[in-house]
Design a protein around this ligand. Structure first.
Ligand code: AMP
Ligand code: MG
Length: 491
């Protein structure tokens, strides 16, 4: 019996799409965590995965039957600068499986040793970033946001050399695919139209089968990717997520959140928030993300020009028409989402202004993003709930000045306040991966080999919309509103 029923399609693309390379074995693999629910969803045998053969496979110490390890080639714009060759420098795609829902999913080892694309890197990952990606990607999934998933984390028993020596780890990442805007850019930069067409056809068949049937299938592909990305970025904003490194190589054409590096969630609301220490100009600030997504999609559209029409003018016109669809799509997703967060149902005239007035007051009063919306759920039941919201504002009357208009608008919905509040609690999480808690979890694991905080936090984050009063401490905002918090890239 094959424990991992691989069915690999990417490897059937031309050889210049990837470089074959098995993972490099590690000294002393130890399973930190296996995501049993995800294994089940993938149709994999969790018992086997947790056993010695499974752990060897997840560590990269043995190549399981049916796997065909490859590192994918891609390019990308990093902080606006085009780099014609990046590629999987510390990851290999073991292969693909068809999950319980019939969807094809990549199984990738990240931190599995050098590849043809490692450049000067060691191909490895440190434990801290692996745990961060595991926890945050699983939290995003529980929040209902499209994302890559974490199937397992393995401690390698080997140090990695960064600024200091750190324990090493390997993450098993699951994705709809690992095809990035940068994958298209890799071939576009080489004028390789044949490869572009093969890649576009692969993506159409795999992620956008409806678009594959359209009369203009490559235009339909562009429209579909634009829509998926607009929706995704709106979802990020609605939970206060800052990706931190929205380079085109970190943008999945399947519309999943991918490459969790210096990502973090807002504590106090401020659209200018930047956490990543390397993002010195604030290019990837929270509030910049919608514009950056469009910038990235414009780079994507450019790669498709040879496929969009035979003559360039017509191709550019098609690309521009598609890109013009981004702003309305994003606005609809974002405003619709804000309306749900406020208990208001479908968007009417005046609603965007009402929502934006609240956000402005939150920013001026250093109100915690997550707590403001969660406590608003209680306020929707009646003014008795106002106190908990007001207390989050430096000047509580800033909330009062807004709440009167909100109450009037809520009353117009004619809905039962308890029902409105219950609906609001399904979109305004009580629990997010709070930065200070993430850091404490990582410190315990890295410094003391203690994974109890990791396990406990994962359990809480699996039900972000439930109150879980016994875990109230995970919902608390940090001292000082988390201002000045910094994150570092996952390398
Ligand atoms: P990232 O910033 O993690 O999205 O990575 C950008 C590029 O650097 C990708 O091509 C990665 O594969 C590569 N890279 C990052 N870390 C390492 C590493 N430790 N060894 C080799 N390549 C790496
Ligand atoms: Mg990346």
């Amino acid at each position: 019996m094959t424990a991992l029923p691989f069915d690999n399609s990417y490897i059937r693309l031309p050889e210049r799409f990837y470089a074959r390379r098995p993972p490099t074995p590690v000294a002393a693999p130890r399973l930190i965590r296996l995501n049993r629910a995800l294994a089940e969803e993938l149709g994999l045998d969790a018992g086997w995965l947790a056993g010695p053969d499974g752990v060897a496979a997840l560590a990269g110490n043995a190549v399981p039957e049916g796997a065909d390890p490859i590192a994918a080639a891609y390019a990308g714009h990093q902080f606006g600068q085009f780099v014609p060759q990046l590629g999987d420098g510390r990851a290999v795609l073991l292969g693909e499986v068809i999950d319980r829902n019939g969807l094809r999913r990549d199984i990738q080892l990240k931190g599995s040793g050098p590849t043809a694309f490692s450049r000067r890197g060691d191909g490895r990952a440190a434990l801290g970033p692996v745990l961060r990606e595991y926890l945050v990607s699983e939290a995003m999934a529980a929040l209902g946001i499209p994302t890559t998933r974490a199937l397992a984390a393995i401690a390698t028993g080997e140090p990695v050399i960064r600024e200091t020596l750190l324990p090493g780890a390997v993450l098993t990442r699951v994705a709809a695919s690992h095809i990035r805007v940068g994958t298209f850019q890799f071939f576009a930069a080489r004028g390789d139209d044949e490869a572009l067409r093969a890649l576009a056809d692969h993506v159409l068949g795999r992620h956008y089968p409806a678009a594959a049937q359209a009369a203009h299938r490559y235009r339909a592909l562009l429209d579909a990717v634009i829509a998926a990305q607009a929706d995704l970025v709106a979802r990020w904003l609605l939970v206060g997520f800052v990706h931190g490194v929205m380079n085109t190589d970190n943008m999945s054409v399947a519309g999943e959140t991918i490459d969790y590096g210096p990502c973090a969630f807002l504590d106090v609301y401020d659209p200018r928030t930047v956490y990543s220490a390397i993002d010195q100009t604030g290019r990837y600030a929270y509030g910049q993300q919608p514009r950056i997504a469009l910038w990235n999609l414009t780079r994507f559209a450019e790669t498709l020009l040879p496929l969009l029409a035979d003559d360039e003018t017509a191709a550019v016109a098609a690309a521009e028409a598609a890109l013009a669809g981004y702003a309305p799509r994003f606005e609809a997703a974002y405003q619709g989402g804000l309306n749900r967060k406020l208990g208001l149902g479908s968007v009417r005239d005046g609603d965007p202004a009402l929502a934006s007035d609240l956000l402005t007051r939150m920013a001026e009063n250093q109100a915690d993003f997550t707590l403001t919306f969660r406590t608003l759920c209680g306020a929707a039941e009646g003014p008795a709930g106002d106190g908990a919201v007001r207390d989050l504002f430096v000047d509580p009357t800033a909330y009062d000045g807004w709440a009167a208009g909100w109450r009037a608008r809520l009353a117009e919905t004619g809905r039962d306040p308890a029902e409105v509040a219950a609906d609001m609690r399904t979109v305004n999480p009580a629990f997010i991966p709070r930065n200070h808690q993430v850091e404490a979890m990582i410190a315990a694991a890295v410094e003391h080999d203690d994974f109890t905080a990791f396990e406990a936090f994962l359990t809480v984050l699996a039900r972000p919309y439930a109150d879980q009063p016994e875990h109230a401490r995970y919902a608390r905002a940090p001292e000082g509103g988390g201002v000045g918090y910094r994150t570092f890239c996952g390398t």
